[in-house]
Write a protein that binds this ligand. Sequence first.
Ligand SMILES: [Zn+2]
Length: 501
Amino acid sequence: MSVARGDSPAVITGARLSGAERTDPFLDEPVDVHLADGFVVDIAPAGALPRRGAVLDAGGAWLIPGLWDHHVHVVQWALAAQREPLGGAASAAQAAAIIGAAAPLPDGRRVGTGFRDALWGDTPTLDLLDAATGDVPTYLINADVHSVWLNTAALRREGFEPDGFGILREDPAFEISRRLNAVPSEIADPLVEKMARDAATRGVVGLVDLDMAWNEEAWARRMSHGFDALRVEFGIYPEYLDRAIAEGLQTGDAARGAASDLARVGPLKVITDGSLGTRTAATSHAYPGDPHNHGMLTVDTATLVDLMTRATGVGIASAIHAIGDVANSAALDAFAATGAWGTIEHAQLVAHADIPRFARLGVGASVQPEHAIDDRDLTDSIWADQTAQPYPLRSLADSGANLLFGSDAPVSPLDPWSAMAAAVYRTRDGREPWQATQSVPADIALGASTHGGSASPARIEPGARADLVLCAHDPLTATDAQLRGMTVAATLLGGRLTHLA
Ligand SMILES: [Zn+2]
């Protein structure tokens, strides 16, 4: 009996186990993994136990735990499919020309995404953008989402007074993103569905959704319309914390009103500083050529401690965005002061003395390895004078911190294989590895891409949830190219096939 997507096979035959099970008694020998009611019930040498029910023949492929992306902006990522990609723009003039030639969306606006102005030699100005885009309201979103470049028509439409540049940073930029992402659900939901199906083809079984919205309602609605491709843990932003507390939400609870328990309450998400590309990450040394700019802490300590105290008191975890070393110190201090549990998101520049504090305080390091590769030239220039450690993945792992990998999609594409490749090989496009001493072992990278993170990775064992992936190469020995191009033969979510090649 052959199986199709949507089926729940009773047994996966002829698979080889990888991941935390690599040193189990089976070694490279093929095994049968028996499943029932969404769980692994038995593992035995191939053919040793009778095979009943529907069979998924692994054909010697490698079986690993289902993959997670621990940091995604779901609607923003889904909408990126409709937006003009600007990652290739080498200058402001080129970005303006690309967006000027793009067809407006059905709502009459042009939206581009993914520009990296920190690498441009020229200055983005309002005149330049207006000349290329005319009266069509036009929005360009930075790759790091911490700034947006608008033409005069867009600034007027959004109620901002045009200045010489048309650039908005931090909170006003997030406000513009929120407005752009507030598209009707009949447009956004099919795009989210498509995004989730694509993620399943890469072996993804779950993600942490950090959209800046009241996410519970959106996920309950999507589930009621049949969304069943992924597990989701959704974040709660400070403006919604009172509502979450009043309504009794706790991290780990299933979303109320949802047709399944796939969507669950995640952490309180607080953004406490800016970013590298926008030169707003809070750092102990100034940015080059800008002696008074140490970035910015966007939330003061008292406010942060208050938010985390209230969340912790009702059973809500904390996910604190901190990119610069000053922000990371402040976030760790706040975890220490409040007894909160959860993660620091990004941890892109960490003082050497702060690295062991992650493990000591039990704070997870939710990091995006592809950002290190995307940002290598920026880091080498903009953070050249910093004394803290940039992208300290190996230092964190060696200190016992729990690493959790993510993409921050749309900042980088939602693909855990790219994250693993970047973490292990620290390169892309044939360049020399960047800061190779911070490369992490492949088993750490794989564990960090599963639900528990590197310190307590998802396992394949009797009693474990049958969130499983069959892939063409053993991730523990795969080359850079094999990881990035990994063929995923099948993805199972609670024993049900969400992808079958
Ligand atoms: Zn993010």
